[in-house]
Write a protein that binds this ligand. Structure first.
Ligand SMILES: [Ca+2]
Length: 387
């Protein structure tokens, strides 16, 4: 339990003195892997330090660096906060759209357009509400100081539905400038298999919200033309592969069926026709986990980890992890480091165990890794330490 002691100690240090800058050394596990239960026999060993750079956040969700090095943090209830020089500023961003902050709904991600430095567009996903219902929406806007200006709703998932389940909300751009958004099936599983609604889908748009002419269902009767994939349950993580440029996503499955998939046009990912998981009451969803016409996940978690947030490691500072995939676990409160061989997940190591529900993970422009966690709400930074 070598890892846990410094982690717990750092927690108490933090709360007893209130400093935002408490540091600790999180050492790599013992050779036998007993601390982490990881299965890799040749672990990418090196030490890193964990700095707490902001605390007191309420359900922090996504992180995004601006070119001026300000770090934006969304809070689920509907605020965008700013961390500047490792300090959480009191002033909040104004002009954030009103959100349906109930259940799993609220303010989700903020990302920058790939050409942000020239066009200034930020993309913000959230659950919008109308007539007592809600569904996932995206605005784009520009920052003028602390104000969001030139706001445009570029997408609204339909229909508006009651309840607070499964909004998705993860966003990414591909290398051609196409925009992707995940929308959960809103707790109504059959939505995911019907193309007349946006729930349980990956959406693909041009950067201005218009519909790409080569989307797979643009010519199909009664299909929403924004749909790119279907049969998705509740994806809350999306990342562009640094070499292939493909968009990877993961999704919350039922009990024992969280998945990683690669986003491909027109594909049916199976929910709820097939799943590797079972219903939470133990009943069976599908006798077989695969079926003809449905693409198998490239990885699934059993037990479910409740994945949220995802990034590929590209930083030279983390060279032993280069090409790995980092995924947050809300349920088991750790950061998963997945080693890959092509599209195959070959091993998983658990990092940052026990600190909180890991909501998101990004690489900063400084090459360091930034993580947001809930309960307690804070932002952490991982820095390699040379021995
Ligand atoms: Ca599936």
């Amino acid at each position: 339990m070598k890892l846990m002691y410094p982690l717990i100690l750092a927690f108490f240090l933090f709360y007893s003195c209130g400093s935002p800058e408490e540091e600790m050394i999180a050492e790599q596990p013992d050779e036998d892997g007993s601390m982490t239960g990881k299965e890799n026999t040749d672990p990418a060993k090196f030490s890193f330090r964990v700095d707490t750079i902001a605390t007191g956040l309420l359900n922090p969700w996504a992180l995004a660096f601006l070119p001026n090095e300000d770090l934006l943090v969304t809070e689920r209830a509907g605020q965008i906060r700013v961390i500047r020089d490792n300090k959480l500023l009191e002033t909040k961003i104004s002009g954030v759209p009103g959100v349906y902050a109930n259940g799993q709904g609220g303010l989700f991600e903020v990302i920058l357009h790939p050409d942000y430095s020239t066009n200034g567009w930020l993309y913000i996903s959230y659950s919008a509400t109308r007539n007592g219902g809600s569904n996932t929406a995206v605005i784009r806007a520009k920052l003028d100081g602390f104000d969001l200006v030139e706001r445009e709703v570029i997408f609204q998932a339909l229909p508006f539905l009651s309840g607070g389940q499964h909004f998705g909300g993860s966003m990414e751009f591909d290398q051609n400038g196409n925009f992707y958004l995940s929308v959960g099936e809103r707790g109504r599983r059959d939505n995911a298999q019907t193309l007349d609604n946006h729930a349980g889908k990956i959406i693909r748009l041009n950067a201005d919200g218009s519909i790409p002419a080569d989307n797979p269902f643009v010519d199909k009767n009664r299909a929403r033309p924004e749909i790119y994939t279907y049969g998705n349950r509740n994806p809350q993580g999306m990342a562009r592969h640094p070499d292939t440029g493909e968009i990877w996503t993961h999704e919350h499955g039922p009990m024992g069926g969280d998945e990683i998939n690669i986003v491909k046009p027109g594909v049916n990912y199976g929910w709820p026709v097939v799943s590797y998981g079972d219903n939470y009451d133990g009943s069976t969803i599908s006798e077989k986990p695969t079926a003809e016409g449905i693409i198998d996940p490239l990885h699934y978690w059993d037990p479910s980890i409740a994945p949220c947030g995802m990034t590929f490691v590209t930083s030279d500072l983390f060279s032993p992890w280069k090409g790995n995939l980092l995924v947050g676990s809300l349920k088991f409160r750790y950061l998963a480091r997945l080693e890959l061989n092509g599209n195959e997940v070959t091993s998983e190591e658990k990092l940052l165990e026990g600190l909180g529900r890991v909501r998101s993970v990004i690489e900063g422009p400084d090459g360091l890794i930034y993580v947001s966690v809930e309960s307690p709400g804070m932002v952490l930074r991982l820095t390699p330490v040379s021995d």
